[in-house]
Design a protein around this ligand. Structure first.
Ligand code: PMP
Length: 280
């Protein structure tokens, strides 16, 4: 089965998908996105992703173009056409093509793009052994809660992590660890699960919410508060959450071991709980 694209109402093989060079997503990064994954043929938390897409659209005065039920039908169809049981559904809405001018064009049709690709899950070994991360200064803007396609600071941070042999880069602003370039961060500090609060400096992760729910189900207290870098370095456990990252133990931050340098008990238990939720 080929990788699939959907561009402004039409399905086609991904290799044939095109947008205008005057598209404002291309020219200005004037657009938003979502990445949804499927597990064994089922689209994971589609409602939550569509709600977040709508919040991003509202924040930037963009139209969702389709109703929620239409979005769902299109996404299911796109996924069905690809035939991949485990797929990444990428959605992007931009303000559309218009002569280049910073202010919003009076009349333009938003561009709606969906691509479907096969998802390669993270290895079991990474989950068993845990991953390492680096920290970087947060160079992003003041609305990180909007899932905008402007990702330069994120890609630069991720590139730095990759060249350091690390899985992820964590952004630090005013001494506080906020989130990863493409994931949310949690720590277990003095027996309590801590994660930075939602607000303008993090993306409200869908897996983050899920992890908080799972922790509370197991009667583990979760505290939403800023995590100073020194506290993270001294934590018993650190883990990341994200659509493709799932719940991933972190065993090293900036080359320093976390806890005993192995995935912690709470993280491992949360991951097992998470796996239960994705099994049909
Ligand atoms: N923060 C950032 C900056 C991200 O890009 C992502 C990935 N979408 C996340 C957090 C995790 O969010 P989610 O669990 O919804 O994938």
């Amino acid at each position: 089965m080929p990788n699939i694209a959907f561009v402004n109402g039409r399905f086609m093989p991904l290799a044939q998908a095109r947008v205008s060079v005057e598209d404002r997503g291309f020219q200005f990064g004037d657009g938003i996105y979502e990445l949804i994954r499927t597990y064994g043929g089922r689209v994971f938390h589609i409602e939550d992703h569509l709600r977040r897409l709508e919040q991003s659209a509202e924040a930037l005065g963009l139209s969702m173009v389709y109703s929620k039920s239409r979005w769902k039908a299109i996404l299911e169809k796109a996924h069905g056409r690809s035939g991949y049981p485990d797929a990444k559904l990428y959605i992007q809405i931009t303000r559309g093509a218009a002569p280049r001018d910073h202010s919003f064009p009076k009349k333009t049709r938003p561009s709606v793009i969906i691509t479907v690709r096969k998802l390669t899950p993270l290895s079991d070994q990474l989950h068993e052994k845990g991953a390492s991360v680096i920290t970087v200064p947060d160079l992003r803007w003041g609305r990180c809660d909007i899932k905008s396609v402007n990702l330069l600071p994120n890609i630069m941070a991720r590139e730095k992590a990759r060249s350091a042999g690390a899985f992820e880069a964590l952004f630090v602003r005013d001494g506080l660890v906020l989130e990863g370039a493409g994931s949310n961060v949690f720590a277990v500090i003095q027996g309590r699960i801590v994660t930075p609060p939602n607000g303008p400096f993090i993306l409200s992760g869908i897996t983050r919410d899920l992890a908080i729910g799972l922790a509370r189900e197991a009667r583990d207290p979760v505290i939403e508060k800023g995590i100073p870098l020194e506290e993270l370095l001294g934590a018993e456990e650190v883990f990341l959450t994200g659509t493709t990252t799932e719940i991933l133990p972190i065993v090293k931050v900036d080359g320093k071991p976390i806890g005993d340098g192995r995935p912690g008990r709470t993280t491992r238990r949360l991951y097992q709980q998470f796996l239960q939720t994705i099994r049909p």
